[in-house]
Design a protein around this ligand. Structure first.
Ligand code: GLN
Length: 465
């Protein structure tokens, strides 16, 4: 009830697309009865959670923040959602995003932008001369609604999706823990795809410990997603005592990127020194192909988008245009009416890259580059490094009015410089809030781990927290 009230009280954040009050209260009542009789289903029984609106939820509208899917009511739950429900967790609502999860601001969905809860803290407001209605900050994206929901205490955990940083970016800007697990560790069944070869469900919580609990419950093979893998066995919770002196931390020199704010750089150095002083080995490493990752990601992303979005033809799902002069005309107008400019541009670019005459020049080249980016990580980890410490975003949250004024697409693309390479390599990574910037806004730092070493990654993150 308190979470539902908090969602209502913070409607101005625009974090939620659907509030599932009625079913939530029923689920909560059942959980309450179990807890009262001392028979909880597990650690998540009765815990309120929210889900990004690109995960299918049975009998609950699932829109991807697109006109194309308005009114689409899936007949099934995504596997990760079902696993949480099976544990007694209570679904309080579906959260806002960029249309089809394409973006880094949660500014591009059909339901309007998500506002960062930190826009309304006293610390930030004291520094602003304008009123909160014109001066507010982006939440980051594309899982901005989920991050805002956890940051504003509307739920204890939220699911996001992470294709190029969409869980870690808003997690960092809203000051919450955000985990992108190893590719394949969590099922993508029921997650409406953006880039199948990179998509991973993401976990947002208030602490690393909570993220570990949720990961443990959701991970593992799913016969409905052939890319899932067997989860390594893990203890019931993260170790409270572990020796940081056994850990080697790498600092990738190429991540001193153009546009990195002084505040973020300072935090990065501070935490590196903290590791060193505690006895961890900290050393500079090189990931030489980092500079090519944004271009490479965009070619691959657009190609998969061009293919994935073909299913939205007005016949099977959601929106259908009333133009019916011919089948082709119906397809075209449906897609014109249903998709925003960002989606349309990616479909067009993807089809261009995939033309027979362009295929080798773009798609094949990008795949080769993806392999080189992956090998950069492999080489660093093979040299004995356990985790990489990097920034998550270039700076703290920017104002919405600035975000949309600049060339939004360029800014949006650059924002992903620290997060995208991880998706291309399929590695686990987590962002942890570390400090406040001089504007009083959260700054997160990212730890990147080896494939299937999610637990070790979280152990180090827990130490750092
Ligand atoms: N910003 C990236 C994009 O627009 C990543 C999105 C994501 O991770 N879903 O493609």
């Amino acid at each position: 009830r308190k979470c539902i009230n908090q969602i209502q009280r913070t409607r101005y954040l625009n974090a939620f697309i659907t509030i599932t009050e009625e079913t939530a209260m029923e689920q909560a009542q059942r959980a309450h009865n179990r807890l009262r009789t001392g028979k909880p289903l597990g650690p998540l029984d009765g815990i309120p959670f929210s889900v990004k609106d690109n995960f299918c939820t049975e009998n609950i509208e699932t829109t991807c923040a697109s006109s194309m899917l308005k009114g689409y009511i899936p007949p099934f739950n995504a596997t990760v959602v079902q696993k949480l429900l099976d544990q007694g967790a209570v679904l309080v609502g579906k959260t806002n995003l960029d249309e089809f999860a394409m973006g880094s601001g949660s500014t591009d969905g059909v339901f309007g932008p998500v506002r960062n809860p930190w826009s309304y803290t006293t610390l930030y407001r004291e520094q602003s001369t304008e009123d909160p209605d014109s001066d507010w900050l982006i939440s980051g994206g594309s899982s901005g609604g989920s991050a805002a929901a956890v940051a504003s205490l509307s739920s204890f955990l939220a699911l996001g999706s992470d294709t190029g940083g969409s869980t870690r970016n808003p997690g960092s800007l809203c000051g919450v823990v955000a985990l992108k697990p190893t590719y394949g560790l969590l099922s993508r069944h029921g997650l409406i795809p953006l880039v199948n070869s990179m998509d991973v469900p993401g976990i947002m919580t208030r602490s690393v410990h909570d993220a570990a609990t949720v990961l443990r419950i959701m991970q593992g093979r799913d016969e409905r997603d052939s890319t899932t893998i067997q989860a390594p066995s893990t203890p019931p919770s993260l170790p409270e005592h572990f020796d940081i002196r056994d850990i080697r931390v790498g600092i990738p020199k190429e991540y001193h990127a153009l546009g990195l704010s002084q505040d973020t750089l300072d935090q990065w150095s501070r935490v590196a020194t903290m590791f060193e002083q505690a006895g961890a080995q900290v050393q500079e490493v090189s990931l030489p192909h980092t500079q090519h990752s944004i271009v490479c990601y965009h070619v691959l992303c657009c190609c998969e988008v061009a293919s994935n979005m073909a299913r939205f033809d007005g016949l099977e799902y959601g929106h259908r245009s009333t133009v019916d002069s011919s089948t082709d005309a119906m397809y075209a107008t449906t897609r014109h009416e249903g998709f925003n400019n960002v989606v349309r541009r990616r479909i067009l670019s993807g089809n261009y890259f995939l033309l027979k005459s362009n295929y080798d020049r773009y798609f094949v080249k990008a795949q080769q580059m993806r392999r080189l980016i992956t090998e950069d990580f492999t080489n660093v980890f093979r040299s004995g490094i356990d985790v990489l410490l990097t920034p998550t975003t270039l700076s703290d949250a920017v104002r919405y009015s600035d975000f949309i004024q600049e060339d939004n697409r360029t800014r949006s693309a650059q924002e992903d410089i620290f997060t995208q390479p991880v998706n291309m390599a399929g590695l686990p990574a987590v962002t942890i809030p570390t400090a406040l910037s001089c504007r009083g806004l959260p700054i997160g730092l990212q730890l990147i781990g080896q494939t299937l070493q999610d637990w070790k990654l979280l152990t180090v993150a827990h130490w750092m927290e």
